[in-house]
Design a protein around this ligand. Structure first.
Ligand SMILES: *Cc1c(COP(=O)(O)O)cnc(C)c1O
Length: 452
């Protein structure tokens, strides 16, 4: 074996601005305007931080997804997943586009009713439906998706008591080849649980089995998993036809299509790796058309897509509070928004753009929120130009789950603004104040006064 030639090690400084291992420049270009409205003006008018939603993007996402399905399959209905974002203004844009409501609690159902969604256009999912919720859903003729046998038995009892035959579906979970298996919701396909539930409903004749439901997971990157889920739901529906001579009205394939957000640990950005909505549509629709339904018996296809329709329509804009050096030499920038309003920061490396022009110099830095908690990290490592106190930044892909899962913690929750399709801004939720917090608090009389 020939001796290898010795090469002297070299130490080279990484000059930002020229090509380095992070690329030739900062990760992102500046984003000074959202739908034509200056970030600076938004903050001046509504304060910082601020959630901003683009009506144009919401409508575009909906129409694009709806077209992807309706051009491939004749009977399609979307239902907006309330828990993904239940701001009334956001829900109503989806309802104006034709979406029904998909809710997973009594509270969400009340919100859909408040928004004037007809009861028979509400899909009621979830493992926690109280007796009161179920009675209300029966009276409203909502579609009740049964999660477990206890719910099935209770529903049987209630329906008998008030002499009604509510429309129901069962939620089915199955092996779609994706790990982890979501088998905690609904009845399992492979073990025969699903058939057991169907038989119990059909033989008891107190409930009107109208559909079958599956929601196989969230941020699903595999379109094949949807083909498998569709096949297994359809197999049950064809079995019902064969055994009970009954056509089910619909198959509900749930939601879970990935948004273009980037998961932590992903090598490439979500915009490069996430399937297009038309690829999900292709997997589901071709399976449905091929699986063996007679043309006149084709069921409706219901979809409860959440994050894929709203994530990129939501932004969080904010302001730099300070910069400092950590003991290891890294640059740290402190922003005025933290993980209490960025729940998804635990899963995603959110794309963050400076909102003003910047020079060629960049540096790897860590972005912290304002909370007095070590976990308050907005980005662990991101290449950005040096930001000064008072500069603004824009966080992308914030539309899904951040509004509904945010909490006031140390600081109160920010206002939310909608930019309409004419570029006009509308305040759709006020900034929280102390009065909002005090509203529900009660201090016992003997604790009111003190001297210190
Ligand atoms: C959360 C949820 C959805 C929406 O999921 P996304 O991942 O946001 O698309 C749809 N259906 C059910 C039953 C859900 O629980």
């Amino acid at each position: 074996m020939q001796k290898k030639v010795y090469e002297r090690p070299v130490i080279k400084s990484l000059n930002s601005g020229i090509t380095n291992k992070f690329g030739t420049r900062t990760e992102y270009a500046p984003l000074s305007h959202i739908d034509g409205v200056a970030v600076k003006d938004l903050i001046k008018k509504y304060g910082s931080p601020l959630f901003v939603f683009s009506e144009q993007t919401i409508r575009k996402n909906y129409r694009n997804a709806f077209r992807a399905f309706t051009t491939r399959y004749p009977k399609v209905q979307f239902a907006w997943s309330y828990k993904t974002n239940y701001l009334n203004a956001v829900c109503n844009i989806f309802h104006q586009e034709g979406s029904w409501a998909e809710v997973v609690s009594g509270f969400e159902m009340d919100k859909a009713l408040y928004n004037k969604v007809p009861g028979n256009r509400i899909i009621f999912n979830g493992p926690d439906k109280t007796e009161q919720d179920l009675l209300k859903a029966i009276h409203l003729d909502s579609l009740i998706h049964i999660d477990h046998l206890d719910e099935l038995y209770l529903l049987n009892e209630l329906a008998e008591r008030i002499d009604k035959k509510p429309r129901v579906a069962i939620r089915v979970n199955m092996d779609t080849g994706v790990i982890p298996l979501w088998d905690r919701f609904g009845f399992n396909y492979e073990t025969g649980q699903a058939w057991d539930a169907i038989n119990k409903i059909m033989s008891n004749n107190q409930l009107n089995l109208t559909g079958l439901h599956a929601h196989i997971g969230t941020y699903m990157l595999s379109t094949q998993a949807y083909a498998v889920a569709t096949f297994k739901l359809a197999d049950l529906a064809l079995g019902v036809k064969k055994k009970y001579n009954r056509n089910l009205t619909y198959l509900d394939l749930g939601g879970g299509f990935a948004s273009k957000n980037t998961l932590k640990g992903a090598y490439l950005p979500g915009s490069d790796t996430v399937p297009d909505i038309s690829e999900y549509a292709e997997a589901i629709c071709s399976t449905l058309l091929n699986v063996g339904f007679a043309p006149e018996d084709l069921p409706y296809l219901y979809l409860e897509t959440g994050r894929a329709l709203i994530d990129d329509a939501g932004y969080l804009i904010g302001t730099v509070i300070a910069n400092k050096r950590l003991s290891d030499g890294r640059r740290a920038t402190i922003l005025d928004f933290g993980v209490n309003i960025m729940f998804t920061a635990f899963w995603y490396n959110h794309k963050i753009s400076p909102a003003q022009e910047f020079g060629p110099y960049t540096e790897d830095c860590v972005l912290y929120g304002p909370l007095c908690m070590n976990i308050d990290v907005v980005r662990e490592s991101v290449t950005l130009p040096p930001l000064n106190r008072g500069d603004h930044v824009v966080v992308h892909h914030m539309g899904a789950y951040n509004i509904t899962q945010s909490m006031q913690f140390i600081s109160l929750r920010p206002a939310v603004v909608l930019i309409d399709t004419d570029g006009k801004t509308h305040l759709i939720r006020e900034r929280e104040t102390l009065a909002d917090i005090l509203h529900n608090e009660k201090t016992p009389e003997y604790l009111v006064n003190f001297e210190i």
